[in-house]
Design a protein around this ligand. Sequence first.
Ligand SMILES: Nc1ncnc2c1ncn2[C@@H]1O[C@H](COP(=O)(O)OP(=O)(O)O)[C@@H](O)[C@H]1O
Ligand SMILES: CC(=O)N[C@@H](CCC(=O)OP(=O)(O)O)C(=O)O
Length: 281
Amino acid sequence: MNEDWLASARTLSKALPYLQRYDGATVVIKFGGNAMGDDAEMASFARDIVLMKHVGINPVVVHGGGPMINEMLARLDIQSEFVGGKRVTDAATVEVVEMVLSGRVNKRIVQAINAEGGRAVGISGKDAGLMVCEQTNPDLGFVGTPVEMNPDFLHSLAAAGTIPVIAPIGAGREGETFNVNGDTAAGAIAAALNADRLLLLTDVSGVKDADGEVLSEITPDEARKLTAEGVIAGGMIPKTETALHAMENGVRAVVILDGRAPNACLLELLTEHGAGTLIKA
Ligand SMILES: Nc1ncnc2c1ncn2[C@@H]1O[C@H](COP(=O)(O)OP(=O)(O)O)[C@@H](O)[C@H]1O
Ligand SMILES: CC(=O)N[C@@H](CCC(=O)OP(=O)(O)O)C(=O)O
């Protein structure tokens, strides 16, 4: 008997309980700019998303694109700075942020998913009032906090067999355009959908302890303790804060994992040990 076939059959039989567990589940995947990698890594991510849809999971992709925004701002000679993990966003900057995120980055992901046989639909928080925002803090300019969501629109996209790919741009009630941190947007969308899982894809294997070892599972209290001790620092702070906030608002569990690792999403959902760090009460 063909050895490859046997190995695939064994893998599949082990995955069966997980396929049953996630049948009909909603999984929100935050795809950060640093997790995107080259075309081959993008294609691998897209294959995972399409496979999820085929086996009965409802994937909802929310993306970032910080490095791509930086590149375009540099080309246009516009200076940019971050305060507390958020980009200070003036009127000129928000135009570039929307063009890069809703344009190039969103369509690159949509095209990659469709090339793998999926039916992705690229939108932003502006479409169908998906994510109405208010200004986060006047010092940050056009940075928004989601205050009102339209999950029904996402349910209808899933029911139509499509995969929503969402750029983290929100509309204000006075016609403003708001730049929303990708993790914040993903958390708000996952909460509005009462998602079974929120996967935060980044460029490290998971949350590390003081010795640099990746922790396979932590509780919200342990995450708070690691932050107070300074072990969780930098860009990992807003990520774990998003995770805890999403869990307080209806998301069952959150996983922080390396989006560039082959089959990261599928390994997380369909194997016993998963991938990355599971944050669960
Ligand atoms: N305890 C920790 N475990 C893992 N990464 C950490 C930790 N503390 C700080 N970090 C940093 O957080 C970074 C991830 O955040 P960030 O760069 O903002 O990700 P992204 O761009 O994917 O949103 C990691 O690359 C790492 O340098
Ligand atoms: C307010 C704010 O900071 N918005 C982010 C939006 C993109 C993002 O979050 O991208 P990553 O997920 O790749 O970091 C920004 O302007 O960079």
